[in-house]
Design a protein around this ligand. Sequence first.
Ligand code: SF4
Length: 347
Amino acid sequence: MRVALELKDFAKYPFLKESQQFMGRNADSIEEFLRSNSGKIALRHAMDRIRAALRPSGQRDREEDLPSDGLGVKISVSGYVLARIIVSCAGDRSLVERLARYEAQRAFRFLIDEEEEKRLFVAGSIGMNGAGSDLPVIQYVEIVAGLHEERWRLVNRDVESGQVRITPAEMNELLREQVRVILLRQLPLRVPETVCSLLQPQTEEIRGIFQQTMLEQFGAVEEDAFPPCMQALIAALTGGTNIPHAGRFALTAFLHNIGMAPADIIALFCRAPDFDLGKTQYQVEHISGRGGTEYTAPSCAAMRTYGICVHSDRLCEKINHPLNYYRIRKKKGKKPEPGESTGTSQS
Ligand code: SF4
């Protein structure tokens, strides 16, 4: 389907191939661009984008002034590109995930006001061909893999002749999810060391803001608010049971992500029967980012694959990441709501 894109569409949907084509070929290297005046403006724009991505969605500006001239659009699209480069240099998966989620949400806000023709064009551009009121089962299943609300489960959908019925509002939600997944798949980018060195002040600033945001969001560690899987891993450790490598990784990353100090994480692991201080110290520091890459605890889907999603409860049905469970439980207070934490089945 051919649709005439307007200038501002490139700023709205910078991930489209047309937006990249609009930028044209630039003879400057990225290093030269970063040193140029327009590069400096684009860098400021990129930092604004990442700062917005790190803010909780409720604290972000609802409206965004879109540029109306070619230069403004180029700065905006360059800001999108540079933001991806900066988070790639920062080497932290959580930052990458935050940016992908932010970009998807941003595109979603524009898409819901778009005319049908343009909406379908954007959908087609990101691989959701023929996205009208239904989707082929295989495509549907792929797109909803990261969505854990009951309503997305195939058994709860109308399926006819291999097509899953979707309402227009749901289609926008699936578009947002598809953008997120595609952007996540592309990141982190392979960025030359020289470029990352030039961007070091920005990556450090972003890491600092992120750390602060995590502290504000998670606050003091509250073990009672841990999700059942993490409680089970801790119980296994305390009980003197060896836990598999995937479990150690998940627990360490989770504890690190919620702000527990490496020394406290090591103290927890010393309860394990096969505790080895040197090895544990190395693993904890590695997962906490000493090697330059900070790790994020696995999602619920990954935990299920490893076979360490256990005792899931009713809150688990509404979330897709153990960190979300912890965040929600802390906000609500530590006590589960009546009937909420009754599950004991292995999921
Ligand atoms: S659903 Fe997620 S949070 Fe709940 S127990 Fe399983 S992995 Fe943990």
